[in-house]
Design a protein around this ligand. Structure first.
Ligand SMILES: [Fe+2]
Length: 327
């Protein structure tokens, strides 16, 4: 197949490392199919020795159609490319793509006793709308001196390890999600103790029309083709169980989330300069450890379109006053 596949260190149930993939061979239909099938099977692929925006976009197209991030649609904000999101920790990226080291344009949280720039708790991308994108690929531009790992947990593996009584309890339940930009206000998961600073751009996102209503997704579903069951819960943004917005529902949701984010299920990727990392957003919850506030990290991400067609939007307004950001 002209590329090498290796197992992810320490993980048997998910993930793969792909080496020796020549970017100029990405137009080969057989190779594209083999890579797509590997992604569906393993959920997470670390591509080694890949670089540059053109390879980033071409590689993304193997797995679906790269799309503009929904929260950036109609937003007038300078970007390197319409189909690429800047993920900048501890710093800001100017409109011409250069780095503004002075701006300190980042979120800052107190988490586990430390100040961290651009920490992200465990989450599924776009779970706060009805249509969840199929995946994304991250490419590093500037790596930090320390930390900056991206965490991944396979929700198929997590489901397979659920205690039977909890699996039976959640089988036909659905979770309601609400976009809460300040992670310290999340109800569940890896919640920071305090938010010291939020990017203005993110506060704008919270006002975007697409997140004004709550979204609803099934707590369990079967992966198309393989019928493997997925523990389909995003800790960040989870708000309640549909039809059970009470202590009983909250306790079930909490138990499922605590099971999902057990440290023994997690793989934290330590980035190398020429890595590109692809995940299946329909089954891999992910997180970012963030960096020290004086460290620098810039990553670029594509959004791979798709719809698993199980999400819905609730009619209610998304934000009660107590969750609004004080500016
Ligand atoms: Fe994400």
């Amino acid at each position: 197949m002209h590329f090498k596949v290796e197992q992810l260190p320490g993980r048997t149930e998910f993930g793969a490392i792909v080496r020796d993939l020549a970017p100029e061979s990405l137009s080969d239909p057989a190779k594209r199919k083999a890579l797509y099938d590997l992604w569906i099977d393993r959920g997470l692929i670390i591509f080694k020795n890949m670089e540059g925006i053109n390879t980033h976009l071409e590689l993304s197209s193997v797995f679906g159609e790269p799309e503009e991030h929904p929260l950036l649609r109609g937003v007038d904000m300078p970007r390197e490319h319409k189909l690429i999101i800047d993920i900048a920790d501890g710093i800001d990226v100017r409109s011409d793509g250069t780095i503004d080291y002075e701006s300190d344009e980042s979120d800052v949280y107190e988490i586990d006793g430390e100040l961290r720039a651009a920490f992200l708790p465990w989450h599924t991308d776009l779970v706060y709308v009805d249509e969840i994108n199929h995946g994304g690929i991250i490419r590093p531009v500037t790596l930090p001196k320390n930390d900056g790992q991206t965490g991944f947990i396979d929700q198929i593996e997590a489901y397979s390890r659920l205690p039977r009584d909890l699996a039976e309890r959640i089988e036909n339940l659905s979770v309601i999600y609400r976009y809460v930009v300040d992670a310290s206000k999340a109800k569940y998961g890896w919640v920071p103790q305090k938010c010291l600073k939020l990017r203005a751009k993110l506060m704008m996102a919270e006002k975007h029309n697409s997140v004004r209503s709550r979204s609803i997704h099934p707590m369990v579903y079967a992966q198309e083709g393989t019928r493997r069951k997925v523990l389909n819960v995003s800790p960040w943004f989870a708000n309640a169980i549909e039809g059970m917005e009470n202590e009983t529902g909250d306790a079930i949701l909490k138990a499922a989330i605590e099971h999902l984010i057990r440290p023994d299920l997690a793989y934290f990727h330590k980035w190398q300069p020429e890595d590109m990392v692809l995940w299946d957003n329909w089954r891999m919850t992910h997180s970012a450890k963030g960096v020290a506030t004086d460290d620098h990290r810039v990553m670029k991400r594509t959004t791979i379109a798709g719809d698993y067609a199980l999400g819905r939007v609730e009619g209610a307004e998304a934000f009660p006053d107590e969750l609004r950001i004080e500016v």
